[in-house]
Design a protein around this ligand. Structure first.
Ligand SMILES: Nc1ncnc2c1ncn2[C@@H]1O[C@H](COP(=O)(O)OP(=O)(O)OP(=O)(O)O)[C@@H](O)[C@H]1O
Length: 561
């Protein structure tokens, strides 16, 4: 059983004593601040007393004193005199006296027979406030001991440095807990007011001092701990939304990592499922649903993702997909969206631009937005010139409308993976080559590319650092309103004739948009709803400007090349 300790703490004092310390002495030390409290008027004095009895050197002194009692006959030391008077004289004056003495050189050598494994207890005193302690406890299934199960990084317990994973909890406010269940202990804690004293047996291994880990991840799914049956402690869980950036604070536990939101001031970490664990249960829970979704979207390719090739948007006669469906398009375990390690990236001036990838359902307005960008700054934005194996027409110029190549060469290029995307239409090949993308980027222009969403993963590499924008349709009633005068290309050849949008076009646009977002949303860096065209365009322009000037999180693997 692993439960949460919802104890709150703001002031932490502690001391560490061997077990043979007379209980009256350390109880006296613990109790003194509260016993003196009624006689103290000013808050400053109260703080002073708390600090005084929490003073580490005083506690060390008592410990030394008790240890020295083992061999006091052999080598009495000045510290012994002072510490001996500690129980009888005024604690304050003794502490002052002792603190000013330099007794180090007079300490006798430690005896050889001292037992390093000697069990010791720690007395920890906490004063409740609203902040959770940030620790969980569990009952050891073999020994029945109550152990500290987890310390949340950055929480009150972690910051105090006094409680560690594996420490055994013996008493709470003097009540022994070794015969109690974790939830009974929780009840005792809940009923306690003000200062709470724990007696703890430190675990065998002291945790190495944790240096602030610097791993950041982008979350690729939504997570709500309250709905997670597997989490050992819901209250310690961290809620996040797909696309949030988290700092991973601990991966000590293979199943439950500790993380905090990069943008939040709260230093305390929360529990999140580890990458491995999330991948495993995602695969166990949803294989059927996922495959179904992948198929559903790929079957919709027939309704057209052809913009870059300037082909027919829809081939109702054959209802045939124009595009190759590679093995990689199908459901692939490596694609299970969990976390992606990221790092901040800012484009250096003069460096190549990031590739701008636009995705969205047919008719949503990708061409329109691209056209507006090109017109707004033709020196800055550019598009690729597609390849085709169809014969050149009279008015066409090779390298302007298309690069015209033979069927054989096209097929060889396909074999050699030279295309970002390619398809066949009316017996001719059409495609966008990787070289055509490089060609735009090497002119130091921003390359605008629209692709089918399943192609994004092939473009996610260091050389392109793609910035993926999803253009999303607005709700159907807004589509009806805004597209009243719009025309959609509806012919079956590439001459292009236009007709008004039908209700079916709108329905398809909305549902394809939803499917794309649910299946590929983790790959989108920006979502723009194309409701009012002018607003959508300026939102896109601002976002693209920021890509050039601001720092963005990018996958760390893009920086390793
Ligand atoms: N926000 C908008 N408001 C009104 N009309 C729009 C808006 N966005 C696009 N349109 C119009 O909708 C029609 C289809 O747009 P566009 O051709 O850009 O879509 P597309 O996503 O590129 O489609 P395709 O898949 O056919 O290439 C065009 O007439 C365009 O002017």
């Amino acid at each position: 059983v692993c439960v949460c300790d919802l104890m709150t703490a703001d002031c932490v004092v502690s001391s560490s004593f061997p077990l043979f310390v007379p209980p009256d002495l350390y109880e006296l030390l613990s109790a003194l601040p509260s016993q003196l409290q009624p006689h103290v008027d000013s808050p400053d004095d109260s703080t002073f007393i708390h600090n005084m009895f929490g003073e580490r050197s005083l506690h060390l002194l008592v410990k030394i004193h008790e240890r020295l009692q083992h061999y006091e006959d052999r080598s009495p030391a000045p510290v012994l005199e002072s510490a001996g008077s500690l129980a009888t004289d005024s604690l304050l004056s003794v502490h002052d006296t002792v603190a000013q003495k330099s007794y180090d050189p007079n300490l006798p050598p430690l005896p050889d027979d001292i037992d390093d494994d000697e069990e010791s207890v720690k007395i920890i005193r906490l004063v409740k406030n609203k902040e959770p302690l940030g620790a969980t406890i569990k009952c050891d299934e073999h020994t029945g001991a109550i152990l500290v199960a987890r310390i949340m990084r950055g929480g009150a317990a972690d910051r105090s440095g006094l409680i560690h994973v594996g420490d055994e909890l013996r008493e709470v406010n003097g009540i022994p807990v070794d015969d109690k269940k974790p939830d009974e202990i929780l009840r005792i804690l809940a009923q306690s007011q003000g200062a709470i004293t724990f007696k703890i047996i430190p675990g065998i291994k002291e945790e190495a001092p944790s240096k602030e880990p610097k791993m950041f991840v982008k979350t690729l799914f939504d997570y709500e701990p309250a709905e997670d049956k597997a989490i050992p402690c819901k209250e310690a869980g961290l809620t996040f939304k797909r696309g949030d950036i988290l700092q991973i604070m601990s991966q000590d536990d293979a199943t439950w990592w500790q993380a905090k939101h990069d943008s939040h001031a709260n230093p305390r970490a929360g529990l999140i499922p580890s990458k491995q664990f999330q991948e495993r249960r995602f695969a166990l829970r949803q294989p059927a649903a996922h495959v179904f979704q992948a198929q559903k979207i790929s079957s919709r390719k027939s309704s057209g993702f052809r913009r870059s090739f300037r082909l027919s948007r829809r081939d109702k006669k054959t209802n045939k997909s124009m595009y190759e469906c590679k093995k990689s398009e199908q459901y692939d375990m490596a694609d299970v969206p969990t976390y992606e390690e990221v790092t901040p990236h800012c484009r250096q001036s003069g460096a190549k631009h990031r590739l701008v990838v636009l995705v969205g359902p047919t008719g949503v307005g990708l061409n329109e937005l691209k056209r507006k960008l090109l017109i707004s700054d033709p020196q800055h934005f550019s598009v690729t010139v597609p390849h085709t194996s169809r014969p050149k027409r009279n008015q066409e110029i090779d390298g302007v409308e298309y690069h015209f190549i033979s069927k054989n060469i096209f097929e060889t290029d396909i074999q050699n993976n030279k295309f970002v995307e390619h398809g066949e239409y009316n017996g001719n090949y059409y495609g966008t080559s990787l070289d055509s993308v490089h060609s735009v980027l090497s002119k130091n222009k921003v390359c605008l590319l629209d692709v089918q969403p399943h192609m994004i993963k092939h473009l996610r590499r260091a050389e392109f650092k793609p910035y993926v924008v999803f253009v999303k349709p607005p709700p159907i009633e807004r589509l009806r309103e805004t597209r009243r005068n719009a025309k959609v290309i509806s012919d079956k050849d590439d001459k292009g004739s236009a007709k008004p949008f039908s209700e079916e076009d709108f329905l398809e646009m909305v549902s394809t948009g939803q499917q794309m977002e649910s299946q590929y949303g983790h790959l989108f860096e920006k979502v723009i709803v194309n409701d009012d065209l002018t607003a959508a365009f300026s939102e896109l322009k601002v976002a693209l400007k920021k890509v050039e000037t601001d720092t963005h999180w990018i996958p760390i693997r893009w920086t390793h090349s």
